[in-house]
Design a protein around this ligand. Structure first.
Ligand code: 13P
Length: 279
């Protein structure tokens, strides 16, 4: 159908009471897998890349592949910079054709987070910007963070003063693999929802039990991020092929197995989020 911004996808999700999956992609095969899954489920979808992934391949590579494939897909798809760690990277992604940007100043003091976010919003123009207040814990791109929960009053001020299009909450999720079962502060999520009108985003969702994901969606989350889950699915499938066929040397053989595993997993997640059939 089209290569779109996250604004249109997320506003519809907010009105419809479901969430759109935002899936971290690391290579061409994962891009193909996520788009194929979204098409099979007739679901709108967001593909996203972290700064670490962009260090590996560069925004031109992902913007090129995603935009060409998304234009031909039968569902709306957006390409988002996940956890943008500098103004310069956000600007580069915008120039290369990303249709959504995150600037993550969540580890900065409140006023500094507002200042960098406001700068990126001004630079982005009609491209929507996501930002975070409070800190999602765990490990992302090799950086470890201690969780710090979002304060609902500060959230309202932050959204108003920055002019962002969507807001990432810190309510107890963490990036990477959980050691125990995560305990999410759902009342805090509702308190943020009451004070903030832009779409809300959940980070660190791999490993969060399904009923907790559904509870977050019913309390206003409309973009749900998955990275670790897909990396594990891709790698396990590649490992299996290489273990069973140690003589294999054609990358197409084992990468196709990774691609197919990611497609199956993304289809399951799209159904969990309630965005199946919403394209
Ligand atoms: P997980 O790796 O826990 O799925 O987190 C993904 C994420 O929030 C990307 O921003």
């Amino acid at each position: 159908m089209s290569f779109v911004t996250t604004r249109e996808i997320m506003e519809k999700a907010q009105q419809g009471g479901y969430a759109v999956g935002a899936f971290n992609v690391e290579n061409m095969e994962m891009v193909q897998a996520v788009l194929a899954a979204a098409e099979a489920e007739h679901a709108p979808v967001i593909l996203q890349t972290t700064p670490g992934t962009l260090k590996y391949a560069g925004p031109a590579c992902f913007a090129g592949v995603v935009s060409r494939l998304a234009e031909r897909a039968c569902v709306p798809a957006a390409l988002h910079l996940d956890h943008g760690n500098s103004y310069e990277l956000a600007e580069m992604c915008r120039r290369e054709g990303y249709t959504s940007l995150m600037i993550d100043g969540s580890k900065l003091p409140f006023e500094e987070n507002i200042a960098i976010t406001r700068r990126v919003v001004d630079m982005a123009g009609d491209i929507p910007v996501e930002a975070e207040l409070g800190t999602v814990g765990g490990k992302e791109d090799g950086m470890e963070a201690r969780p710090q929960y979002t304060d609902p009053e500060e959230a309202a001020q932050f959204v108003e003063r920055t002019g962002i299009s969507s807001f990432a909450v810190a309510i107890g999720t963490a990036h990477g693999v959980y050691k125990g079962e995560p305990k999410l502060d759902l009342d805090r999520l509702s308190a943020v929802r009451e004070r903030v009108s832009v779409p809300l985003v959940l980070h660190g969702t791999s490993g969060v039990p399904e009923e907790q994901v559904r509870a977050c969606i019913s309390r206003g989350i409309c973009k749900v991020n998955y990275a670790t889950d897909l990396r594990i699915a891709f790698t396990a499938a590649v490992r299996k092929v290489l273990a069973e066929q140690p003589e294999a040397y054609d990358p197409k053989k084992y990468l196709a197995a990774g691609r197919s595993a990611v497609e199956n997993r993304v289809r399951e997640l799209i159904r969990l989020l309630g965005s199946s059939g919403k394209a």
